[in-house]
Design a protein around this ligand. Structure first.
Ligand code: ADP
Ligand code: ZN
Length: 618
């Protein structure tokens, strides 16, 4: 094969241009150097090691922590005509031997291995006898002991450098923060590596965070969101607990949606079946705890919904980043309420971590809550958090599209705070609201709180509005939640300037959950994209793709991505030569599927698709 990277990009993968910084990364490896690549999900990390592995002589060894991911990548590479395989525990001894033979014969461009497999003396010996093009260490943040994906075997990967000093290495991750980056460099011995940091912006994702009443109302909001904006789409719904996952999945199913649960409490076969359904069929919704998602590189996840608050901005960004990897419009949608804020605060304080860890966790949670209560552009805040600047508001998040109102809540906050103070700082939100509203019940009379000066002084707001005020006071740390499990609210030092009237408190007015009709939904944006194109053609192409995928037992996006089908709709290629210009159509796929798709295009656009019309030179 012609070993020029650009030629490989075009002929094998069917893409015209490199994205920044792919070309430079590839150049570094081609010249024998090491690289550390930090790029957001969907940025195009894989080609950074796949192309030099194909271009250099010998095999590129890819360390990947997840078996599902390996299978997916090997299937996709095989479809593109690349000689790729994996070594992991799912293979029989015969299959393993066959792959080892291919490796030694120089018959593999890429070999995927799990870290524990790689570290076996036997595997290292095998690699020592083969010609190696490079080592790629995917999901390199797994080396970080502070992160949520820590994998002890990753730490041992430093031996690669000692055992194979002349083989170039590339480490890749979508985790952006500085401490993780430093840890990767130190632990993998990448001091000499060139570092490539891309922008972490995901402009096609629309961030939306709104308030819910608790429980059932969040569920209803979710259903309305899916029905109105994502009917027939694939998506992920995150919940905090297994119980809630089961309940939401079952409930969505009663509403006629294909929704499947995924969490660590399900049998391995059930989990695998549900995941494979999600990958292989169109329009499946997975309801999951955060355990689901890493290593899922399904490109056309159209929405990620959170029915709970993530514990940190990092987690939120990683989870929402699973939407829209293909670059087409996608939604990151979340609802949360007062109870979520209380629960997370309590879980953190009651957790087993030592004080130093708790301080870090508290700081992270504060940043997450700050993002939620924000009244300015969410994307700007997100990128700032990751040390990046976005000079203008993005225009594609809820606060940009429908700027929330802020109001001077100083006096109301004073009422709420003094009510907590006068009742002894041991009562929860519901009780305090009852006192503020001047409700008369046994408990209030029992404690004599109907004689307090704060009794009945809050009648200008209703219960839900008061809950909004308390949520924001707790989010901002003016009130803290006690640990005894009763949810008693205490005043923090931050509340004093507000109580004394030295500081104004501006709060956001909670928007109604229904979005106004003015704003174009992501679905409408996509519909406009297809304005004059034939929706029926799009559907027909998807049907053909699904058939071809099923015949081979691979996910549809391994045949062609949605973006490739969308280009077919737009340009309506009628010959193989025209089809070859569509992005994502490489030589092997052109040969394997070209005629199928041209048939569909011709049939749908009023011309019979006789094979004799399909002439590569026409
Ligand atoms: P990551 O691993 O960084 O999340 P991928 O490597 O899966 O991202 O790439 C994301 C998507 O972008 C894939 O659909 C991939 O085929 C596509 N892609 C990558 N590089 C290019 C390119 N140069 N031109 C067009 N599409 C690309
Ligand atoms: Zn914005």
């Amino acid at each position: 094969m012609n070993a020029d990277p650009l030629h490989i990009l075009r002929s094998v993968f069917g893409y015209d241009h490199f994205r920044a910084p792919q070309e430079e990364v590839i150049g570094t490896l081609m010249a024998g150097g090491d690289a550390l690549v930090l790029m957001p999900t969907g940025g195009g990390k894989s080609l950074c090691f796949q192309i030099p592995a194909i271009a250099r002589s010998g095999t590129g060894v890819v360390v990947s922590p997840l078996i599902a991911l390996m299978h997916d990548q090997v299937a996709a590479l095989t479809q593109a005509g690349v000689r790729a395989a994996f070594l992991n525990s799912t293979l029989t001894p015969e299959e393993t031997r066959a792959i080892e033979t291919r490796l030694l014969r120089g018959d593999l461009d890429l070999l995927y291995v799990s870290p524990e497999r790689l570290m076996l003396e036997r595997t290292l010996d095998l690699l020592a006898r083969a010609t190696l093009a490079l080592f790629a260490i995917d999901e390199a943040h797994c080396v970080s002991q502070w992160g949520h994906d820590f994998r002890p075997e990753y730490i041992q990967l430093s031996v690669l450098h000692q055992r194979f000093p002349h083989v170039p290495r590339i480490a890749l991750t979508a985790t952006a923060d500085e401490p993780t980056r430093r840890e990767i460099v130190a632990r993998l011995g990448l001091e000499d590596a060139r570092v490539f940091i891309s922008s972490f912006d995901r402009p096609n994702i629309r961030y939306r965070i709104s308030q819910s009443g608790d429980g059932a109302s969040a569920r209803d909001q979710l259903l309305r969101f899916i029905r109105a904006e994502h009917a027939g789409d694939s998506g992920i719904v995150y919940c905090l607990s297994r119980k809630r996952v089961n309940e939401i999945a079952a409930w969505l199913a009663t509403k006629g949606l294909t929704a499947l649960p995924y969490h660590a409490g399900l049998a391995a076969e059930v989990r695998a079946a549900n995941q494979s359904h999600f990958l292989n069929e169109e329009g499946v919704i997975i309801v999951a705890t955060i355990a689901f998602g890493m290593g899922i590189d399904k490109p056309n996840v159209r929405f990620v919904a959170h029915l709970n608050l993530p514990k940190s901005v990092e987690a939120y960004y990683q989870e929402t980043g699973r939407a829209g990897r293909d670059g087409l419009p996608a939604d990151a949608w979340m609802v949360y309420g007062l109870q979520d804020v209380i629960t997370l605060r309590q879980m953190l304080e009651a957790g087993v971590s030592d004080d130093a860890h708790k301080r870090v966790e508290r700081h992270k949670l504060d940043a997450m809550l700050g993002l939620c209560e924000l009244t300015t552009c969410r994307r700007q805040a997100l990128l700032t958090y990751f040390g990046e600047d976005l000079s203008k508001p993005c225009g594609n998040c809820d606060t940009c599209l429908e700027p929330p109102e802020v109001w001077d809540a100083t006096v109301l906050a004073q009422k709420a705070l003094s009510c907590a103070h006068r009742t002894g700082q041991k009562f929860g939100v519901n009780y305090l609201i009852d006192v503020l509203l001047g409700k008369s019940n046994d408990r209030i009379r029992h404690f004599g709180h109907d004689r307090l000066t704060t009794y009945g002084i809050g009648k200008e707001l209703g219960i839900n509005e008061w809950r909004g005020v308390f949520r924001q006071l707790i989010s901002r740390g003016l009130l803290t939640v006690d640990l005894e499990g009763h949810g008693g609210l205490r005043l923090s030092d931050l509340s004093r300037p507000v109580l004394r009237g030295e500081e104004l408190l501006m709060l956001r007015r909670d928007a109604l959950p229904e979005r106004s009709k003015k704003v174009k939904t992501v679905r409408a944006v996509r519909a406009a994209f297809f304005q004059d194109a034939d929706r029926r053609l799009w559907e027909a192409l998807r049907v053909r793709r699904l058939e071809l995928a099923r015949e081979q037992g691979v996910p549809p996006y391994v045949v062609f991505h949605d973006t490739t089908l969308a280009e077919m709709v737009e340009h309506r290629p009628r010959t193989l030569k025209e089809l070859a210009h569509i992005s994502g159509v490489g030589e092997r796929k052109l040969a394997a599927y070209g005629a199928d798709f041209i048939d569909v295009i011709r049939a749908m656009t009023g011309e019979s698709g006789k094979p004799e019309h399909i002439n590569p030179d026409s």
